[in-house]
Write a protein that binds this ligand. Structure first.
Ligand code: AMP
Length: 191
């Protein structure tokens, strides 16, 4: 199973991806997590990405496309993978299509988590409180506003992109966590 979880920051992509990891053994490929690990490790990618991430902008496409391209064929992806936070714009989506095509793979589905935007601030505030080791550098009001702006400008057009490809499904991301995961499991059972 190869799927994308799509949605704005705080929509629950990471939470739902983790549920799918424990339920089905898919790999969670979160570009945000990978970039945060690179920042923590002080690698070249991390040094390049840190300031961009802190202010809520997108890191360059070639960086994230390269990271994902290295990961999709790893052994832990043998049962499938969940793309969480990637692609983030049309150029990345096109690069992903090309990459999967070249590797003889294809996407099974794209699941869009629909949320009420004004509630995301409260969710992110809650996440900032609950994150082990302290809040993420970009879980603050200023960076969140920027991330939402970037989402609308660059990521939201992917709803149409995947709708046109006929692979888009939507779920109510405001429902309880277990209700959302049941909806996602139902979709996966049918694709
Ligand atoms: P996330 O954990 O998905 O909310 O991502 C945190 C930050 O990492 C984003 O605000 C971006 O700065 C960066 N990032 C994560 N994924 C991508 C991506 N696919 N393209 C560009 N930047 C990304």
């Amino acid at each position: 199973m190869k799927l994308i979880l799509l949605g704005p920051p705080g929509a629950g992509k990471g939470t739902q991806a983790q549920k799918l990891v424990s339920k089905f053994g898919y790999a969670q490929l979160s570009t945000g997590d990978m970039l945060r690990a690179a920042v923590a490790a002080g690698s070249e990618v991390g040094l390049k990405a840190k300031d961009i991430m802190d202010r809520g902008d997108l890191v360059p496409d070639e960086v994230v496309v390269g990271i994902i391209s290295d990961r999709v064929e790893a052994p832990d992806c043998s049962k499938g993978f969940i793309l969480d936070g990637f692609p983030r714009n049309t150029a990345q989506a096109e690069a992903l299509d090309k990459m999967l095509d070249e590797k003889g793979m294809n996407l099974d589905t794209v699941i869009s988590l629909e949320v009420v935007e004004k509630d995301l601030f409260q969710r992110i505030e809650q996440r900032a409180k609950e994150t082990e080791g302290g809040p993420r550098a970009d879980d603050n009001i200023k960076a969140l506003k920027k991330r939402l702006e970037v989402y609308h400008e660059q990521t939201a057009p992917l709803i149409k992109y995947y709708g046109d490809q006929g692979v888009l499904k939507t779920v109510d991301g405001m429902a309880q966590i277990d209700v959302v995961s049941a909806q996602i499991s139902n979709i996966l059972a049918e694709v």
